[in-house]
Design a protein around this ligand. Sequence first.
Ligand code: S3P
Length: 438
Amino acid sequence: MQNLKSSKTKSFKGIAKIPGDKSMSHRAIMLGSLAVGQTNITGLLESEDVMATASAFNKMGAKTIKNDDGSWSVTGAGLGGLRQPNDVINMGNSGTSTRLIMGIVAGHNIKVIMTGDDSLRLRPMDRVINPITQMGAIVDSNDGKLPLVIRGTNEIMPITYELPIASAQVKSATLLAGLTSRGDTVVIESEPTRNHTENMLRHFGAEIETKKQDGKNVIVLKGSPVLKGVNITIACDPSSASFIVASACIVKNSKVEIKDVCMNPTRTGFFTTLIEMGANIEFKNERTEGGEKIADIIVKYAPLKGVDIPASRVPSMIDEYPILSIVASFASGKTKMNGVGELRVKESDRLQVVVDGLNANGVKTQQGQDWYVVCGNENVRGGAVVKTNLDHRIAMSFLVMGLASDSPITIDDVNTIKSSFPSFVDLMQHLGAEFLYE
Ligand code: S3P
């Protein structure tokens, strides 16, 4: 494991172009693999998680390759055309790859054995096993976790499934399983979760509709569509952008511009919260590309105050709680995160790991099973070595904290950042971050 130390930074300034969105990158490879013909992807995120998806589909008969101009091409196997891999599929650290591929395999007459790293093997997969077994797949798992074996079927049954938890991954897995069925697969969600699967399915030619009924989203997918290869441009990842935005919010006199960030409203809860805290954020050049809203973001330092974040906002900022907790540490007053029990089953138990990391660096907290409070203070002591627990967002969050804390903060494993944002360290240093390998 490689340590990285982050120290107080004098100036954080510049223009940042961050990599493509992780959720959209996974889905572009997945749907490209299920389509007939070739899909060309510009702006694909080249991270370990996304490469795990590409490698899994390459083993199942699709072909994803990088072109000389930096774009990627996927040659699809056609819907129903995936073939049985002749080896175990290792999903590394990636929950999105695992859960969405479980859905896709469910609707194919193949058997797949899946495993993952020490973090992924601790995460619950029963949330996907439930709907796909109702639809006819057979799954043998390690008590609802990896490693598992899925035997899919080409006679998958369409179901109506009301999500027991707000999860885009479970929604997507159920819809993707329903693709090869002959009827309508219906997913009902109480809180809107990210809708990239729905947007991208439409882009590939599927008939999919979202209606509001009694305040809930009812998503209806017509089975057996003809999916045809398309051209896709992937916008920059708002979850990756959040680390740059947060740095500018806590380093005095900073000013950063971030280009072409995906502003899909199911992803922008972090920005809404920062604005409520008093952040100086401007959105410029707002436009729609490939069915997704995009904007450039300009952030300048401003003193912030703590806020109470409603549980209804959780899905739209689910991955941003670690970095928001860092920002909240430097704000005046308390910030309360409500309804965040799902954080306990991410790449690490993020609620506990964040609270432990904050406490080790001199920040006071309070916590319950599904909530926590960060007690902010303009001066954060810092000085600790933070255990990242194979969690890329924990690693990046505490590196950001070190930019403004009194003493440097060290993380114990910089390599974990490659899951989602391999260029993070270089990009941050380019903007002025004081990082040192130890
Ligand atoms: C993702 C959905 C979210 C998020 C994950 C990516 C996706 O998980 O935390 O990083 O691409 O669908 P849940 O939907 O399980 O909350």
